[in-house]
Write a protein that binds this ligand. Structure first.
Ligand code: FE2
Ligand code: FE2
Length: 135
């Protein structure tokens, strides 16, 4: 069984976003599998970098959609993204500095923030954007 299992409860019902969220789940699972398989720092570093880059791309996609549609809670949503981006960056910098950062604690943290952010924050723009014709 996957570390992080996708289910329809995570759908925000916007095709581009749901595709990106699924990819994030896949990336977290890949990272988890590689960690469990005891992959070395070089592999883990690449995966971590890929994940942080994709998170940035994903946040930019959401912020663009919210912005062009005048989503009223954009500022608050963006604040959450910024916090998560800072945390991811700090993590990556620690990794580059040679600290062993890819741990079970990190994986549990990623799992929790991804599911909490989608369920608690992303889900809120779904109906709003749907009402603007974004599907
Ligand atoms: Fe998201
Ligand atoms: Fe978001």
């Amino acid at each position: 069984m996957a570390f992080l299992s996708w289910s329809d409860q995570y759908l925000v019902h916007i095709a581009e976003i749901d595709t990106q969220h699924k990819k994030l789940f896949d990336m977290v699972n890949e990272m988890h599998d590689s960690m469990r398989a005891g992959k070395g720092n070089e592999v883990m570093g690449k995966i971590l970098k890929g994940l942080t880059d994709y998170v940035k791309t994903h946040f930019a996609t959401e912020e663009r959609l919210m912005s062009v549609n005048n989503y009223p809670d954009l500022a608050k949503h963006k604040q959450e993204h910024d916090k998560l981006t800072q945390a991811a960056l700090a993590l990556y910098n620690d990794f580059v500095a040679g600290k062993p950062v890819v741990t079970f604690e990190l994986m549990t943290f990623l799992k929790k923030w991804l599911s909490d952010h989608i369920m608690g924050t992303d889900k809120k723009y779904g109906p709003f954007l749907n009402s603007k014709g974004i599907k």
